[in-house]
Design a protein around this ligand. Structure first.
Ligand SMILES: Cc1cc2nc3c(=O)[nH]c(=O)nc-3n(C[C@H](O)[C@H](O)[C@H](O)COP(=O)(O)OP(=O)(O)OC[C@H]3O[C@@H](n4cnc5c(N)ncnc54)[C@H](O)[C@@H]3O)c2cc1C
Length: 413
């Protein structure tokens, strides 16, 4: 059997790929449901939501093709993006909207447009070769890249807030590779908001529920003569051993290091997402990056799931403490950003913390190869793999899961 540790989208895709090539698979997931970042969470009002806002993920060719293979349709719709500054949310999808965004002067507006849209005004054209190979910029900071090809003020007013919202308090260390990957995604038009739950459900159905072990944490990977031999899990408080021929890790790199004893020197950042259900909509823009100094870096709005809750807001804070204090800090943060906001419209809230690997300069030294953990029979499809380190899209996740699933299936066990 091929054991997959972690039932996020990468692990499920790898399991599905290996299984469709004739291998027996078993997915071991510590949570009560598979899906990882997009596992459904039941709120106080019984609405079922993804833990992280799908508004941050895009669907490109790989996600669409996998969805077609599985016979599901991805629920995608175009998102409106904007920046919050000094009490106002400015939409920035169209050129004339950008002109109304005060922190950017006319020159920066042109640069910004040409950064996000090929049809924009030169001279901030991202050099062609960087689009072919974003990893070549692994050692260049996003700051120096934008400053060299456009202006420092564009970086400070429009790019740095994006990086801070995503990676916390060290935005100046983030590599230009991440920015270029994002630009490429926008240019290839894969910018819809996607609800990946249909994909998670279809993958789970196709693999077969009996092969998905939920509430089942892998605590050790047993070896025999230097090769993977079994997984040790804790299931209902009981220790169980599962024989395996090979293992695919879909775990964050720091967990992989704990399981295999390898060192991993990459940088991580923690973000807390506070999700509030409102009975009156607060935002008319789907994704809002906050430029001003506040604990809230980003707000993502989704349509309400029930009649009582007409809008859900995910507020993302660069902080690792998913506690009541963060929750009340966010409530107060929303009130201070939007003085007309009535906290009485909040029907429920939920809080969740995530640790992400940061593609900071020099990240390529910390890439974990696909057949990577120094363990015979061990494979890696997690966030520190080559394809995904600086490309945080759903597509890169799916491509990696497929490549690793194929590679494992191509060997004889
Ligand atoms: C807010 C947000 C942030 C994102 N950040 C990133 C990012 O930083 N990097 C990136 O590549 N993409 C990112 N994405 C894009 C993409 O959506 C994700 O890459 C994708 O969902 C991650 O899937 P995954 O399977 O790799 O990991 P996850 O969804 O994190 O799934 C991993 C699973 O492994 C399980 N697990 C971990 N350890 C164990 C264990 N010992 N035993 C059993 N189970 C275990 C966890 O419970 C989890 O369910 C992000 C998307 C959103 C919405």
């Amino acid at each position: 059997m091929i054991g997959v540790i972690g039932g996020g989208i990468a692990g499920l895709t790898a399991a599905h790929t290996a299984q469709s090539r004739g291998h027996e698979v078993g997915v071991f997931e510590s949570d009560t449901q598979v899906g990882g970042r997009f596992a459904p969470v039941r709120t106080a009002s019984d609405a079922v939501l993804p833990r992280q806002p799908p508004g941050l993920s895009t669907a490109g060719a790989a996600s669409q093709a996998l969805a077609r293979t599985l016979g599901v349709e991805l629920d995608a719709h175009a998102a409106r993006t904007g920046y919050y500054h000094d009490g106002v949310v400015y939409p920035v999808d169209r050129r004339r909207e950008l002109l109304a965004f005060p922190p950017l002067g006319l020159r920066d507006t042109s640069y910004f447009r040409s950064l996000v849209d090929d049809g924009g005004v030169p001279p901030f054209t991202v050099p062609d070769h960087t689009l072919d190979e974003p990893e070549a910029l692994a050692d260049v900071t996003a700051r120096s890249f934008v400053t060299e090809h456009a202006t420092e003020s564009l970086y400070e007013q429009a790019i740095e807030p994006l990086l801070s919202a995503r990676f916390g308090d060290a935005p100046d260390r983030v590599s230009a590779s991440w920015l270029v990957n994002r630009v490429i995604r926008q240019r290839t038009g894969s910018t819809e908001v996607v609800e990946p739950r249909s994909l998670v459900d279809a993958l789970a159905r196709s693999i077969g529920r009996d092969r998905l072990h939920t509430d089942c944490r892998v605590t050790a990977v047993g070896t025999r003569r230097g090769a993977v031999d079994h997984l040790v899990t804790i299931e209902d408080g009981a220790r169980t051993e599962h024989d395996v021929d090979a293992v695919i890790f879909d775990t964050p790199p720091q967990r992989l290091a704990r399981l295999t004893g390898d060192d991993w020197g990459g940088q991580t950042a923690a973000t807390t997402t506070v999700c509030v259900g409102l009975d009156e909509p607060l935002l008319s823009i789907d994704r809002v990056t906050v430029v001003d100094e506040t604990p809230i870096g980003r707000l993502v709005a989704l349509p309400g799931p029930t009649e009582e809750v007409t809008q859900i807001i995910y507020a993302i804070v660069a902080d690792e403490s998913a506690d009541r204090e963060t929750e009340s800090q966010v409530r107060h943060g929303i009130e201070s950003l939007f003085p007309a906001f009535d906290p009485g419209t909040i029907r429920w809230s939920a809080v969740h913390t995530e640790t992400v690997s940061v593609p900071s300069v020099g990240y390529s030294d910390h890439i974990i190869p696909d057949d990577g953990p120094a363990l015979s029979g061990g494979f890696y499809a997690g966030a520190a793999s080559r394809e995904r380190y600086a490309d945080h899209s759903l597509d890169a996740t799916i491509r990696t899961g497929q490549a690793v699933g194929k590679s494992v299936a191509g060997r004889s066990w």
